[in-house]
Design a protein around this ligand. Structure first.
Ligand code: URA
Length: 186
């Protein structure tokens, strides 16, 4: 069994896939390692690659607003991505890149032991919930996988481009907030 810091050390030196050749920084993930809730995006963008931190660009600002609306801050939650290095031109991470990187996320989940995992957008939802379903059909629904409750919400980058999807996202955030309350009441 490793500690989260040990897994991070391995990850920072990783060169298992082509994305490692193009990165400035590995973006391992950050936040409260004792949190009941973990958010998973797809992969670092330009700003994240420069800073080595997840969700620090425009999408990150919206993400912070989203969690603030349910009384959470970045210090309350843990946040990471499916792939830890930036795909060129922000393309979606390829299947082999996701597969070579997923063990880091498995370790993070094992060590943080969240009750809830929220997939931010289609890439994470397909990788972690159902590979053959759309984000539109998965968002707002809950799936219990091995005792962890998974749900999905539209990616903040998508919401920045599609104002009209925000209504659905606020509804999904309310469902997440209700679920946290239920868990805390147990
Ligand atoms: N988009 C993501 O999916 N992850 C980040 O860290 C930033 C933008």
């Amino acid at each position: 069994m490793y500690t989260l810091d040990e897994v991070k050390k391995f990850c920072l030196k990783c060169n298992k896939c082509r994305l490692s050749e193009m990165r400035t920084n590995v973006v391992f993930g950050e936040g409260n390692a004792n949190s009941v809730i973990m958010f998973v995006g797809e992969g670092p963008g330009y700003n994240e690659d420069l800073q080595g931190r997840p969700f620090v660009g425009k999408a990150g600002q919206l993400f912070e607003k989203m969690i603030k609306s349910i009384n959470l801050t970045r210090e309350d939650i843990y946040i990471t991505n499916i792939v830890k290095c930036r795909p060129p031109k922000n393309r979606n991470p390829m299947d082999d890149e996701q597969e070579l990187c997923i063990d880091y996320l498995r370790w993070q989940v094992k060590l943080i032991n969240p009750k809830i995992i929220v997939c931010l957008g289609s890439v994470a939802a397909k990788k972690l919930i159902y590979s053959n379903k759309t984000i539109t059909s998965m968002r707002g629904k809950w799936v219990d996988k091995g005792g962890i409750l998974f749900t999905a919400i539209y990616h903040p980058s998508y919401l920045l481009r599609n104002e009209s999807a925000k209504k659905d996202a606020w509804q999904d955030l309310k469902s997440i907030s209700d679920k946290i309350k239920q868990i805390r009441a147990v």
